[in-house]
Design a binder for this molecule. Structure first.
Ligand SMILES: [Zn+2]
Length: 164
């Protein structure tokens, strides 16, 4: 059964609230485990394992078909910040491929942005993401994001709960 498989992979932990999911919860219970789509079907999300997460029924219902928040912190004066969801969707199925996800005016901000990008990526698509900074045509600093070749999409550990 698909639910059992996803629940085992996700350690019987709800990816939305981080709480434990009881395998023996009654069928009609709000605490029952359900299969949630990371990128909702209504937004083009697939039904492949990499896009599926274990969630309590109540958490799944509350979330509806919203995408989780993935906005760069507004107070950061980035010269460029990609739409991170789109970048994750492109990079997740292609281990080893890298993209510039942000360009910062200063190395210090680029470091912060690299850390933030990895943290957010891990939250939504766990899999050993890494980010690094490189000078970008002179002054500014580019932040690259990549999922290393040795990580399997969707199978690399337990999803963690996003910050509320
Ligand atoms: Zn939950």
């Amino acid at each position: 059964m698909q639910l059992q498989r996803i629940a085992a992979r996700d350690g019987w932990t709800c990816w939305l609230c981080g709480g434990e999911v009881d395998p023996d919860a009654p069928l009609d219970s709000p605490a029952r485990g359900t299969v949630d789509h990371l990128v909702p079907r209504s937004r083009g999300g697939s039904s492949e394992l990499a896009n599926l997460r274990l969630a309590h029924r109540r958490c799944n219902v509350r979330r509806g078909s919203h995408l989780p928040e993935l906005q760069w912190p507004a107070e950061w004066p980035l010269l460029m910040g990609t739409h991170l969801w789109t970048a994750l969707a492109r990079l997740a199925p292609r281990p080893g491929a890298a993209e510039v996800v942000a360009v910062a005016p200063l190395a210090e901000l680029a470091d912060a942005a690299a850390g933030w990008a990895v943290e957010r990526a891990e939250c939504f698509v766990p899999g050993g993401w890494e980010a690094w900074c490189e000078p970008w045509s002179g002054g500014p600093v580019a932040v690259w994001l990549r999922r290393p070749c040795d990580s399997a999409p969707g199978d690399a550990g337990r999803p963690r709960h996003p910050e509320p």
